[in-house]
Write a new protein. Structure first.
Lengths: 358, 197
């Protein structure tokens, strides 16, 4: 069951050889290729919760790091600073400290050590009007690093969880813009909403935006086969029966983390049943469990919206609650050619039962 | 027609969670109704988890805010039962969602909350919620007691799994030669021989 843990670190999955590239050229390959050609470019990566953004980021970083001229650094901002309180100054400090790590203890000269102390001190004791000072120190460390690596590229994760688009915009127009101006390449995982409406102006600050779509399991045969390969990579022993694997792919709705979580739940059902393999019945039970928790707390209006999506494929975002249905994956959006909406497959049957209930 | 997470007692929830050995830990969530006693349910769950695996379970109750919870979880290498979060406002769940990366741990974690709190998690901590996945249960005291048919079904599954008979398991337990797998602890309980644990 450990191979199918939805909360597991994506880095572990990549290191264990579980990564399966998407059909065609994966986003990771495309990002890495573009950054090899233009290492100082800036890219924005967005995608739904559980779509595999962090995995794509890590794989892109690994590919780029194979180039000796590139220092490819991944930064999970939330591990160093509280994303709820991160501002451009804090982000500069975090970036600077990461650059310092790559310089190595034995290579730092006094002014670099002083720069690192300044950055560490800022994070412990933030103060006003520090932006220029922080940027100068980051510039100093970047310059030192480029003596060893001509190009520095940052892979910045966890800012996609920011629901405050103004805060995100402020980071992009502040720290990110100035880091880019230093010649540092950037791939930043941002909020999905930054590609829509007013958020679009923030996306325009990047050289290119990328959207990691949900796999359209219903209409994309290659996509469905991709999900089956993901399962096989984690199940070399063949515990999952082929028909159960097909069912898992379909019921995941194409959301990577839900595929993994459903498989774990099905494995648990098989375990409780004393079965040697994961059968279709275990998957169906797991899907029922998954779907039930998806329906917790929905009011009648939200149920109405879901029924309309289920029966007519119609979804018009007119309110925050509608957006929340997308964010919480009760409604899935597929962008394979013509966009379409569907309810998460695990709630289809339950919604149907609700509709038929007296 | 109200559809909610399947009812389960602490014995079942504990068994499912502790059976998840290996890397990455794992989460489970037990939802309580307004009239349920959270402290009792959480303590019962922790006791069950300990009886299955023989490892001490961390009880984390009443963390004041998201950073405090993160600190307490990160500070423990043991399986944990987390409770006392029902008074958190929506904003604090949003805060925890932002700090989700810091919640990654290599041990199993059970969240014991009221159903209304889970609604807040779904709405305000969707990234965290995606980690909770399908392992969400509605607490039911009566579900802790299996029907005779359910008990036999589970015993049959354990016999198939191990290739042993009830008598062989009892004999090995008496000789203190039983492996530490939680399944054997469950087996003895089902045979009403919890005295051999």
């Amino acid at each position: 069951m450990g191979r199918f843990e939805p909360s597991a670190d994506p880095r572990n999955a990549v290191d264990r050889g579980f990564y399966v590239p998407r059909p065609g050229r994966s986003l990771a390959e495309q990002l890495a290729s573009r950054l090899e050609i233009k290492p100082s470019a800036s890219h924005l990566l967005v995608g739904g919760i559980g779509s595999g953004k962090t995995t794509q980021l890590l794989v892109a970083q690994e590919k780029l790091a194979a180039n000796e001229d590139v220092c490819a650094i991944d930064i999970d901002v939330s591990l160093s600073v509280d994303p709820g309180r991160v501002d451009s100054e804090a982000l500069l400090a975090v970036v600077g400290l990461e650059l310092g790590q790559w310089l190595g203890n034995d290579q730092r000269v006094p002014d670099q050590i002083a720069a690192l102390d300044y950055l560490k001190n800022y994070l412990d004791f933030p103060h006003l009007d520090a932006f220029d000072g922080l940027l100068e120190r980051v510039g100093r460390l970047h310059l030192a690093l480029t003596r060893r690596y001509p190009h520095v590229v940052l892979f910045i994760d966890s800012l996609d969880r920011l629901s405050d688009l103004n805060a995100f915009a402020s980071l992009v127009e502040g720290a990110i813009k100035r880091l880019h101006a230093l010649g540092i390449g950037i791939i930043l995982v941002g909020p999905l909403s930054s590609l829509y409406g007013l958020g679009r102006t923030t996306a325009d600050h990047f050289d290119r935006s990328w959207h990691l779509p949900t796999v359209d399991v219903q209409n994309d045969i290659e996509g469905r086969d991709f999900l089956l390969r993901v399962l096989r990579a984690r199940d070399p022993g063949g515990l999952i029966r082929p028909e159960a694997a097909e069912k898992l792919a379909a019921l995941s709705g194409g959301v990577m983390r839900d595929l993994i979580g459903l498989t774990q739940a099905a494995a648990e059902e098989a375990y409780v049943d004393g079965a040697d393999h994961i059968e279709r019945i275990h998957v169906e039970t797991a899907a029922d469990l998954f779907g039930r928790k998806q329906l917790v707390g929905l009011d009648s209006k939200e149920l109405e919206v879901l029924q309309r999506v289920r029966t007519k494929g119609m979804f018009v975002q007119t309110s925050e609650k509608d957006l929340a249905l997308l964010a919480t994956r009760r409604v899935l959006e597929y962008a394979n050619g013509r966009p379409r909406f569907a309810v998460h497959p695990t709630i289809e049957t339950l919604l149907s039962q609700i509709a038929e209930a007296p | 027609m109200k559809v909610g997470p399947r009812p389960a007692g602490v014995a079942e929830v504990a068994l499912r969670l502790m059976a998840r050995r290996g890397e990455g830990g794992g989460w489970t969530t037990l939802l309580l109704q307004p009239t349920d006693d959270t402290a009792v349910a959480a303590e019962d769950l922790a006791d069950e988890m300990e009886s299955l695996d023989g490892i001490e379970v961390e009880r984390i109750s009443g963390a004041s805010d998201a950073p405090a919870l993160v600190e307490r979880l990160a500070g423990s290498p043991r399986p944990a039962v987390v409770t006392g979060l029902d008074e958190w406002p929506a904003s604090e769940w949003g805060h925890l969602d932002l700090l989700r990366s810091r919640l990654a741990r290599n041990e199993r974690t059970a969240l014991v909350v009221k159903e209304a709190t889970y609604e807040r998690i779904l709405r305000d901590a969707p990234n965290l919620e995606s980690w909770l996945s399908a392992s969400v249960w509605t607490y039911q005291v009566d579900a802790a007691l299996l029907t005779e048919e359910e008990r036999e079904h589970r015993l049959a599954a354990l016999r198939i799994w191990s290739g042993l008979s009830d008598e062989q398991v009892i004999a090995r337990a008496q000789a203190r030669a039983l492996p530490a797998d939680p399944e054997f602890a469950e087996w003895l309980v089902l045979l009403h021989r919890g005295d051999l644990l």
